[in-house]
Design a protein around this ligand. Structure first.
Ligand code: F6R
Length: 260
């Protein structure tokens, strides 16, 4: 696991965008795993800027969302399919038919989850998965207690997560209790995981998943088993990392040819 500490969320977004740009320039039909929430927004802003100003091309890129609320009507402003469309894919030239998300409105959620797994495999797997981390250590919506081998399925949101996400809704009663999320096993199949976290509110979660024991109690800790993880955090989110000096030293002395 590589941990990179940068001054602010703008630099965090720009560096994650560098990884995506390098991938897309090397593989025009790359498969990108798309997270929602606040953390990836600077990445999407930067990719949209590079598309507008530098001609970064996404026409053949495929995208798979990490998760989706269950119970929101199709087209709801806060459904993750809409958020991804609004915040990223509509701002660049990703073809709408190349953007996929778990179907939280299906009448047969179990079958829809299997179809989503199958669609990821049919696309050749995810080349780069963007991740955020919840204040309780979740990735995707794999809440504490999730199986470390889980696949796409329905989950019940932890109350803390509903409270954290209430800011996107008029009030907490509107935050769904259920979601469909890629499982931890699904996420671990991606070839490169890029997790971004910013702000003091993420410092405990970052410390726990980077340096704590691997445990279902902190789902993000499963990333310690992945061969290629890039964790990009700002100073505030890195504040509780015991190994911060080591991570800074390694990054400052990283061979340029290695890239991200
Ligand atoms: C979103 C997702 C979640 C968020 C996490 C952090 O698709 O899967 O794991 O990444 O809840 O959310 P923010 O970035 O809003 O703090």
């Amino acid at each position: 696991m590589e941990v990179i500490i940068l001054p602010s969320s703008k630099e965090v977004g720009a560096l994650a965008a560098d990884a995506i740009e390098a991938l897309v320039r090397n593989k025009s039909n790359a498969v990108i795993g798309l997270a929602t929430g606040s953390s990836p927004l600077p990445i999407y802003d930067e990719l949209a800027r590079r598309h507008d100003e530098e001609g970064l091309n996404f026409t053949q890129v495929r995208g798979f969302a990490l998760d989706e609320y269950v119970g929101l009507p199709v087209g709801h402003y806060e459904s993750y399919r809409e958020v991804i469309r609004r915040e990223f894919t509509n701002r660049v030239d990703v073809a709408p038919e190349n953007v996929h998300g778990p179907d939280g409105a299906s009448e047969n959620i179990t079958a829809a989850c299997q179809q989503y797994e199958d669609a990821i495999v049919a696309a050749g797997g995810i080349d780069l998965q963007i991740l955020g981390v919840g204040t309780n250590g979740h990735i995707g919506f794999n809440e504490p207690g999730s199986s470390l081998a889980s696949r796409t399925r329905i989950k019940t949101l932890a109350e803390q997560t509903r409270q954290d996400n209430a800011r996107f809704f008029d009030n907490i009663d509107q935050v769904p209790h259920h979601v469909v999320t890629q499982g931890l096993g699904t996420i671990m199949d991606a070839r490169h995981l890029v997790l971004v976290a910013t702000g003091a509110g993420k410092a405990d979660a970052v410390r726990d998943f980077v340096e704590g024991p691997v445990s279902a109690s902190c789902p993000g800790s499963i990333l310690q088993f992945h061969p290629r993880v890039t964790v990009i955090v700002d100073e505030a989110a890195a504040a509780k990392l015991a190994g911060a000096a080591t991570y800074r030293h390694a990054y400052d002395n990283k061979p340029v040819w290695q890239g991200l």
